[in-house]
Design a protein around this ligand. Structure first.
Ligand SMILES: Nc1nc2c(ncn2[C@@H]2O[C@H](COP(=O)(O)OP(=O)(O)OP(=O)(O)O)[C@@H](O)[C@H]2O)c(=O)[nH]1
Ligand SMILES: [Mg+2]
Length: 194
């Protein structure tokens, strides 16, 4: 198992609240409700590590988790795209994410999570463009794969890959937290980075 032990290390909005730079970091990004916190909990084997909810917008801060005695860190980024936010909140969210992406020296890769059922939104594409700009792209997780039939999986993945413009060498991994499927290739990708 990749993660033997994980603990919440810090909760941040501003850069001064980040923990000091240390081991490599992998972050999870994606729209609210896509399943970032659920995936983190499954990888860690701890159901209550990160808060999960049926109502979107649970994670509104940057949450740093230390893994395996601080061998590496996983960072749960606040979700975007849920309806009930004002323009100023959206801007604050953008500043929060960009500050983190731009300044974090040990950030190795950001896994972008998208719902396998839907074509990526304009915000998903903007997020992926950001990741490309900061050279953090190339790992996309298609969540909730239990919601589509096996026969239509390839078609859904193709829509996502084309919409985001995932380049050759990028990886797109279907995952179901519910069914616990697709985890091995993701842990392999994370292991390559840390
Ligand atoms: N069917 C199914 N549901 C899932 C899966 N993963 C997550 N969910 C559900 O999706 C909802 C949102 O999950 P979260 O993990 O809280 O999503 P999040 O991306 O952390 O959301 P924010 O914190 O708002 O950004 C919860 O009701 C989960 O139970 C999955 O693989 N399959
Ligand atoms: Mg969350």
């Amino acid at each position: 198992m990749l993660i033997k032990k994980a603990e919440l290390l810090a909760v941040a909005v501003r850069a001064e609240q980040y923990p000091a730079e240390g081991p490599p970091e992998i972050a999870f990004a994606g729209r609210s409700n896509v399943g970032k916190s659920s995936l983190l909990n499954l990888l860690a084997g701890q159901r209550k590590l990160a808060r999960i909810s049926g109502s979107p917008g649970k994670t509104r801060t940057i949450n740093f988790y230390t893994v395996n005695g601080d061998a590496f860190r996983i960072v749960d980024l606040p979700g975007y795209g849920y309806a009930k936010v004002s323009k100023s909140e959206t801007e604050r969210w953008g500043d929060m994410i960009e500050t983190y992406l731009k300044n974090r020296k040990r950030l190795k890769k950001v896994a972008l999570l998208v719902d396998i059922r839907h074509e990526p939104s304009a915000q998903d594409r903007q997020m992926y463009d950001w990741l490309r700009y900061y050279d953090l792209d190339g790992l996309v997780v298609a969540t909730k794969s239990d919601k589509v039939s096996k026969g239509s999986m390839a078609k859904h993945l193709k829509v996502i890959a084309e919409s985001l413009g995932i380049e050759d060498g990028g990886v797109l991994l279907p995952i179901s937290v519910l069914k616990r499927t697709g985890l091995a290739p993701l842990t392999a990708e994370i292991a390559k980075q840390v």
